[in-house]
Write a protein that binds this ligand. Sequence first.
Ligand SMILES: [Mn+2]
Length: 427
Amino acid sequence: MAYFMTESAHLSFIHAADFHLGSPFKGIGRLAPHAASFLAEATYKAFDNLINEAVERNVDFVLCAGDLLDLEDRNLRALLHLRRGFKRLQEHGIRVYVVHGNHDPYEIMSKSVEFPENVFVFPPRQEEWIQTFGRNGMPVSIWGASFKKKAEKRNLVRLVPALSAEGYKIGLLHCTVGSGGGHDPYAPCQVSDLRAGRCDYWALGHIHKKNVVSSQPLAVYSGNIQGRSFKEQGPRGCFVVEVREDAESSCTFFETCVVKWHEESVDVSHISTLAELMDKMYERVNGLRAASEPCGLICRIRLEGICSFHESIYANDSLDQLTEELNACFDNQSPLLLVAGIENHSIPATDMEKRKKAGDLVSYVLREADRLEIDPNKLTGSEGPLAQLFQNRRFAKFGIALDEDDAKQIVLAAQHLLLHLLEHPDK
Ligand SMILES: [Mn+2]
């Protein structure tokens, strides 16, 4: 396929970030060999897609906004693959500008790899703008600053050189704008800093979800090129930016990922058996698979609604067996389809209010559960029923906190399970 530059564009470049080359996928448990090998290649293939796109579009340069790989993994293949991709760009006369982030800090990266000559890596302190030109001779100035170490505390935006720069100005940074939404708040800054920062385009990395932080000037997170867990659902890729002679710019997203993560809700209200549920899930997953092609899909199913066959869901690890069966239906298919699990959030059809009034032991227990004070802090505190889980060091790493709604859901699910166990002690 050939791409043609918009006629009026005097400059075009790709902005990408957070490749995390070679890093593992999370939250999918044990995998069949074909799935495991496909996923082991996913970040590399997404990176190859990015390089192909740059070559086909014949852009002027590629901006890489940090976390190109996870140095913690000490993955030599990832380093070599990165260098090979950049060499391919060199063969096509495409320049590369790089800053390093918390996963590939400058101090370690600069000792680990020698990039080809078309690659310019911004050090942690860059005093001057780098001058270059677009294809039609349009002057461009680029400035960036790498993380020196993992925990970068500086507000890097404030380091923009005070000296004036020529032409279209680009800032390249790995940083946290605002609160960071759950990412480590390294290199913190505010939108107001970016606005004051004398750039026409801020190419940002670190936040994995694509986001246009500001439109005037343009400040953009391109997101990561390949999602690696259910926290990173949907399409992943980068932006191609085209700039007109009057410095007016447009940015277009394109996908690079080879597999997408997706959680699908299935309403069980109009289903009465596990076999019907199986058919409905198959149909739904098959539709999702077709829609995401040529990209693969890792999905998780969330059962919702009022369920008339709750008993069978609890019995004999039904959900694990349904998951296995679904995966068997799509086994060895290309592109990859993987059902990572089925989560039950449905409510049993039993009339709980009526059941609570029956006057027997079960109804007494259910009423006692109703009287529980639902305070998330008490549930997770040192005396609470979830204390052991929340004090576990490995669990604590995930930084999960319960709000009141979560606490209510947990108590409600416990009531349903309790009802099931008391009425069917043999299952
Ligand atoms: Mn980062």
